[in-house]
Ligand binder design. Structure first.
Ligand code: NAD
Ligand code: UDP
Length: 310
């Protein structure tokens, strides 16, 4: 039985990852400071004797003996990461240094939950791992984007300099059960608004695009990546290449929820990327991974989750 550390394990992605890793017969140590996570996400896991939870802020060093580290702790929704921008960048940078120091000390592999935001408002479409990105370093999204870019630099420097085994996954927009109602991300906002027949808030004219990956697909990708030999460092894009505009997404959610919501156009936030789509050829080839959940199928599961908690 492996002992696995999951930072940010009480969050949306982390809670699913802990659940799956437990199911696969591992012992999990979940650490989180609950800044955007929720104890409800791990409530059922707490009954399992192989699930340990420790409240800890990763900007403070930590020493634990584990076999693998999945490093996810960081707020991911624009409203949350901009709410305390300095804390976000501290979490991304100091938190990564602390976790990399741990990986170096115990000589175990560490996976970084990086993001498509490292590509910024991309000028290449779709985005390949070789693209260096287009990020405004002083904009309101920079605390997250540049924090995650710096974290990637740290991962590769610890790998080159200290021979730490690293796995850098660039995660594209992911959705599913356990997203927080007030998370502020587009799918949770649209579904909660539609279910309550409230106006759907579209920022800008809704022509911007995103690609949405269902959580179960992402989790399979992360676990496959960790299993790969030392030389597979990434970065590797993990996402669903099905591209959709935000206006089309709103219409789809209205239809699936049979809602009477209208659309309320609001100001587009600064530096909001106009389009985003992963090239996943590398993940297909090296991880033998690709997402299999159709957007409608994943949305229906997510709608059911929100129906139960609203
Ligand atoms: P989330 O906000 O639901 O989860 C993040 C978790 O980290 C929360 O439980 C939060 O309390 C915890 N956390 C934050 N700062 C911490 C700190 N200083 N110390 C300890 N715990 C801390 O977000 P998520 O969607 O689950 O994202 C998880 C990871 O995946 C993040 O690193 C994010 O950047 C990355 N990611 C997510 C997406 C996505 O679409 N969900 C896309 C790209 C990358
Ligand atoms: N968005 C929107 N209405 C909302 C929330 C988000 O129109 O209520 C838009 C947002 O401006 C962006 C897209 O949806 O263009 C995806 O936003 P999200 O915050 O989910 O992710 P990110 O911008 O980080 O990809």
């Amino acid at each position: 039985m492996k002992k696995i550390l999951v930072t940010g394990g009480a969050g949306f992605v982390g809670s699913h990852l802990c659940e799956k890793l437990l199911e696969l017969g591992n012992h999990i140590l979940c650490i989180d400071n609950y800044i955007t996570g929720n104890k409800k996400n791990i409530e059922t896991l707490l009954q399992n004797p192989h699930f340990e939870y420790k409240k800890h802020d990763i900007t403070v060093p930590l020493f634990v003996e584990v076999d693998e580290i999945y490093h996810l702790a960081c707020p991911a929704s624009p409203i949350h990461y901009q709410n305390d921008a300095v804390q976000t960048i501290k979490t991304a940078v100091l938190g990564s240094i602390n976790m990399l120091d741990l990986a170096k000390k115990i000589q175990k592999p560490i996976l970084q939950a990086s993001t498509s935001e490292v590509y910024g408002d991309p000028q290449e479409h779709p985005q390949n791992e070789s693209y260096w990105g287009h990020v405004n370093p002083i904009g309101t999204r920079a605390c997250y984007d540049e924090g995650k870019r710096c974290a990637e630099t740290l991962f590769f420097d610890y790998h080159r300099q200290h021979k730490v085994t690293i796995k850098v996954a660039r995660i594209f927009n992911t959705y599913g059960p356990n997203m927080a109602i007030h998370d502020g991300r587009v799918i949770s906002n649209f579904i909660t608004q539609a279910l309550q027949n409230k106006p759907i808030t579209i920022y800008g004219d809704g022509s911007q695009t995103r690609c949405f990956c269902f959580i179960n697909d992402l989790i399979t990708g992360l676990i496959s990546f960790m299993k790969k030999p030392k030389k597979t460092t990434g970065p590797i894009n993990l996402g669903n290449p099905h591209e959709i505009s935000i206006l089309e997404l709103a219409k789809k959610i209205i239809k699936l929820t049979q809602s009477s919501s209208t659309i309320n156009y609001k100001v587009l936030p600064d530096n909001d990327p106009k389009k985003r789509m992963p090239n996943i050829e590398l993940a297909k080839k090296s991880l033998k991974w690709e997402p299999s959940t159709h957007l409608d199928e994943g949305l229906i599961k997510t709608i059911t989750y929100f129906q139960n908690i609203i």
